[in-house]
Design a protein around this ligand. Structure first.
Ligand code: FES
Ligand SMILES: [Fe+2]
Length: 414
């Protein structure tokens, strides 16, 4: 067999990247267990003791706040005989007792108590059996964890993507961004099909025809971005950004522009409580940013939500759509409208995600045919580009995908 890293060749990827279980296992080892993986938004665990359960690659983890308010990430596995400690999605805990034989761990992962310890003899030391903990760093409220004990900092890993995260967070309109809720679903396809999709503008007018048909003319025009000045840019380390609506890159610029008709009612409601400047800032933020930011390997920041992917097997992926709102004293009317917009496209009954899921499923089914063929990623390729950081293509160029696969190749090279 060809070496795995050679299965990406600059502007094409071999079909086995979607179908080969051995490649999938290698991806877990070399990518998900080595790099920074997004695990939570800080607002999901605001208080000491708060926790949630999620995964890094295939490994179950607990993300929690300790008594000092610091965020910890531990593998959700008892050191005795491996029972999972937490089974709830989220909660608040003083400590983590194991349900099997009662070993108890502190919020920082230290083994605190062992029932009937005498039988272990004098050499048994609790210090030898803490939970396995991951390295944790945050940026702008985003919490990332890595199994790598040392290596580049999160800030180094994010590189040029950090400035785009700052822009994305302007959707708080001055209020703290908070997670407003989420829904999850699985699709029978490889995780990279989803990774590619975040910066794929090319599919939009085809797959999302029903969404476009459901919009008023003004909004439909806004979302007909294949004809506009949008672009895709590689940001280094596999990250990329697809700007669909350039005038909505910086939500705080050009606030004097006319308020779109669909937000007129909301603006009137907000005027009861806020001055005109603030109203405009909030209204602008409600529609979300005009770009999709793809953070390798598992997080997309899009409009006003996160799309989080979790690989389950070579042919199965879980997606979480995390809706974002304005926290603190954020205006309820704005948050309500945010959720309605979210439901319209991303929701379980929405016009967008259901259609996306259908084509992702079809990609995987089709990939069983012609297993020796290649997946084409050459749209908008400039000979000098080769997915390099800073390279840029028009909005429907496959620049973002090439950037991600270039990182994939780098990490898959032993
Ligand atoms: S498996 Fe956890 S205490 Fe035995
Ligand atoms: Fe889509």
């Amino acid at each position: 067999m060809t070496d795995i890293p050679d299965l990406f060749q600059g502007d094409r990827a071999h079909t086995s990247l979607y179908t080969d279980p051995e490649i999938f296992d290698t991806e877990m080892e070399r990518i998900f267990y080595r790099t920074w993986v997004w695990v939570a938004h800080e607002s999901e665990i605001p208080d000491p003791g708060d926790y949630l359960t999620t995964h890094v690659g295939l490994q179950p983890v607990i993300v929690n706040r300790d008594r000092d308010g610091e965020i910890q990430v531990h593998v959700n596995r008892c050191r005795h005989r491996s029972a999972a400690l937490c089974s709830d999605r989220r909660g608040n805990a003083k400590n983590f007792p194991c349900p099997y034989h009662g070993w108890v761990y502190g919020l920082r992962g230290d083994l605190r108590g062992v029932p009937y310890p005498d039988s272990y003899g004098p050499d048994f030391k609790k210090e030898d059996y803490p939970l396995r903990s991951l390295r944790v760093e945050t940026y702008a409220g985003l919490v990332f964890a890595t199994f790598a004990r040392e290596g580049e900092s999160l800030r180094e890993f994010l590189g040029d993507a950090a400035g785009w995260i700052d822009l994305f967070m302007k959707q708080g309109a001055g209020f703290p961004v908070r997670v407003a809720g989420e829904h999850r679903f699985r699709f029978p396809g490889n995780w990279k099909i989803q990774l590619e999709n975040t910066t794929d503008a090319y599919h939009f007018p085809v797959v999302h025809r029903s969404f476009l048909d459901s919009l008023d003319a003004q909004t439909e025009d806004l979302f007909s971005f294949l004809r506009g000045d949008g672009y895709v840019r590689s940001l280094g380390n596999g990250h990329s950004v697809m700007v669909m609506i350039p005038e909505l890159v910086d939500l705080e610029s050009n606030l004097d522009a006319p308020i779109p008709d669909r937000f007129a009612g909301l603006a009137d409601t907000l005027r009861r409580d806020y001055d005109e400047d603030r109203v405009r800032r909030i209204v602008r933020a409600v529609g979300g940013t005009g770009f999709n930011l793809n953070l390798f390997p598992n997080l997309a920041c899009s409009l006003s939500f996160f799309r989080v992917l979790r690989p389950i097997s070579v042919e199965e992926t879980e997606i979480r759509h995390v809706a974002l709102g304005m926290g603190g004293q954020g205006p309820p009317a704005a948050n309500r409208m945010r959720l309605r917009l979210h439901e319209h496209f991303q929701g379980p009954m929405g016009f967008g995600t259901t259609d996306d899921a259908e084509v992702w499923d079809r990609v995987q089914r089709g990939a069983r045919g012609g297993p020796d063929l290649w997946i084409l990623l050459n749209r908008g390729r400039d000979a000098a580009e080769a997915g390099r950081p800073g390279s840029q293509g028009d909005v429907s160029a496959e620049t973002g995908m090439r950037a991600a696969y270039r990182m994939w190749q780098r990490m898959m090279t032993p």
